[in-house]
Design a protein around this ligand. Sequence first.
Ligand SMILES: Cc1cc2nc3c(=O)[nH]c(=O)nc-3n(C[C@H](O)[C@H](O)[C@H](O)COP(=O)(O)O)c2cc1C
Length: 320
Amino acid sequence: MQDSTKNSGGWGSRVTALTGSRWPVILGAMRMITLGELAAAVSNAGGFGQIAASGLTGGELRAEIKKALALTDKPFGVNVPVYRENAFEAIEIAIEMGLKTITTSAGNPAKIMKLAKGGGLNVIHKVSSVKLARKAEDAGVDAVVAMGFEAGGHVGRENVTTFCLIPQVVDAVSIPVIAAGGIADARGILAAYALGASGVEMGTRFVAAAESPVPAFFKEAVAAASCDATILLGKEAMPIRVLRNKVTALVAGLVEKEADHAMISSGDAAYVMSGGDCDTAVMPCGQIAGLVSGVKSAAEIMEELAAGVKDQALRFRAFE
Ligand SMILES: Cc1cc2nc3c(=O)[nH]c(=O)nc-3n(C[C@H](O)[C@H](O)[C@H](O)COP(=O)(O)O)c2cc1C
């Protein structure tokens, strides 16, 4: 298994060595959701919080980093979608404000590596296939998040599930692999470990965290969701997994066209945050929402995860 052979410091330490966090659990970046408060809460609770730069101006990103710095002395990061025009500015801000690790997504990380490494940053890049993982490793990133298409938000066009993706990526690269997509409790973490991952990233679980800034109707919808509550929109362009509701039923056909999808994609976070309702808001969410039963603080979520991993690990030992 990857970590036992390539990692001498115990499971997860290849990831915590990069993030500086206590546990190898990363808060998945979520546009306009993982801002300073949620990032700091997750870092304080032992995970690695991060602020999504997407949708923020340079000034707003600085303000969110400042907010997080005031709320925690633990490390946290910034997520930068590399295809966006302001990717370089966001990385410069992360360097200037003393962050040590960034995550990148949506694009080729090669173009930002010189800047990031010049500023002393660790770079963790999100991929959805073996091919993209190899490309990221060749570009010099320190680790990859491999995300299956059951995840919430934008997913890869490859439609590969986490269960299939992780072991194949682990076999293909020698940098640490962090599993994302469909993980919301200790069983998911143990499964990621069994598949050879060195850590996990979770998004959907934290949408419903007490510190998440989404409106109450969004958290309630995640908590009430069943495993088949989501739909993938924009399959041919930039696929995005969201909760089914009246608006997704209306646009499901339209958004297969790129132009319409672009509208949904850029408008979703702004619309949810500006007070839609559960029928009309576009709410990115993963298939694992069915495991999320209520609103809990980031500290409660992390405590539950840590206790659950210990419990599951003890049970597993019973087979020895
Ligand atoms: C509401 C929401 C918004 C998201 N926004 C982003 C984003 O802006 N950038 C990004 O790289 N990933 C984004 N994601 C993906 C998460 O960072 C994370 O990788 C994913 O949620 C993990 O799968 P899970 O939802 O099954 O936990 C988003 C996910 C959700 C649920």
